[in-house]
Write a protein that binds this ligand. Structure first.
Ligand code: 8YV
Length: 327
């Protein structure tokens, strides 16, 4: 155990990566509960929790219920499940796990794009079903990456890593963020509809939350057009899934590749029914290598916070938070 942290209580609500649990358990006193519900903690315990490590929803009410809480170390780069603004306003640090998953998620995005456009999962299913022998070659795909123009919604670290890969594939790239990204040498569009209208391949890496709720709607899909391909590797909440299912069914756009959904792990039946949708079960960062690096960063943030009073990867909403003297 680290000197001085063995009596520091870290709460782990719900499931968490085993390596994070192991690392945190080696340095701190760990309390585990089924979900982030204060009713599951004794009054004593409520007064002891100084840190949370989680990959689940952490609400404002839960933060308020824990008077000694100093830090929430969230697993994942997206932290829409944590009320980070509230935490920041209460002087509670929130950390996420950026950088260590960037290249993995970008790899997955390109895989999903190619699967969607060139129908590789369906071609493999053809082979496995014996149809290559019984019926002959898999039909030529109507879609190709050749000649496509890509637009990225959410040009952060992962967006840039996807853009680099798209460039290597020979596709011109442009993007939409609220503001142009300093140092990004790609054309910026002031609105998502404008971006969609100027490309035929829209890739969303946008984070979840109120600002992006159902941002990809009927109007965006119409602007993308009948050759349009939509890829989502960010968050399901950024898409109007019903509008997307209709757009895929009625030919408003050509195809979609989705790794994320609004109500995971439930995937809407109207998307499952479509053969021009390529669907993955949220595997963007899901390799042993990358998930272990994410778990390590959760533990490293807690270690650094309690040893030195600073976090390695604070989210912007809590970047101002300083460690308070203990009451
Ligand atoms: C993880 C993710 O699947 O990092 C993110 O934001 O969506 C994924 O890498 C997720 O965090 C696991 O809960």
């Amino acid at each position: 155990m680290n000197a001085g942290t063995a009596d520091t209580t870290i709460l782990i609500p719900g499931r968490l990566h085993e390596y994070a649990i192991e690392r945190i358990g080696a340095a701190f006193r760990v309390v585990r509960i089924e979900k982030a519900d204060p009713a599951l903690l004794s009054p004593d315990m409520i007064g002891q929790v100084r840190g949370i490590a989680a990959m689940t929803t952490i609400s404002a009410a839960f933060i308020d219920a824990l008077p000694q809480l100093e830090i929430i170390a969230s697993f994942g780069v997206g932290y829409d499940a944590v009320d980070a603004r509230h935490a920041g306003s209460k002087g509670v640090m929130v950390t996420n796990t950026p950088d260590v998953l960037t290249e993995e998620v970008a790899d997955t995005a390109l895989g999903l794009l190619i699967n969607t456009v060139r129908e590789l999962p369906r071609a493999e299913a053809w082979l496995r079903a014996g149809r290559w022998v019984s019926e002959g070659n898999y039909p030529l795909t109507r879609n190709t990456l050749r000649g496509r123009r890509a637009g990225i919604f959410g040009m952060g670290r992962i967006g840039l890593a996807i853009a680099r890969r798209l460039e290597a594939f020979g596709l011109p790239v442009s993007y939409h963020n609220r503001r142009p990204v300093e140092g990004a040498a790609y054309p910026w569009h002031a609105s998502l509809v404008e971006l969609a209208a100027s490309v035929d391949t829209l890739i969303s890496v946008a984070p979840g939350g109120a600002a992006t709720e159902k941002a990809v709607d009927r109007a965006v899909l119409e602007a993308l057009g009948t050759d349009g391909v939509f890829i989502n590797i960010g968050r399901g909440s950024t898409v109007d899934e019903d509008a997307l299912a209709v757009a895929l069914a009625d030919g408003t756009i050509r195809a979609a590749g989705l790794d994320v959904f609004r109500d995971e792990p439930r995937v809407p039946a109207n998307l499952l029914a479509l053969d021009n949708a390529s669907l993955l079960p949220h595997v963007g960062s899901a390799s042993v290598h990358t998930r272990k690096a994410m778990a390590a960063l959760v533990a490293d943030n807690l270690d650094r916070w309690f040893a030195a009073g600073e976090a390695l990867t604070p989210v912007p909403e809590s970047a101002h938070v300083k460690r308070r003297p203990r009451s």
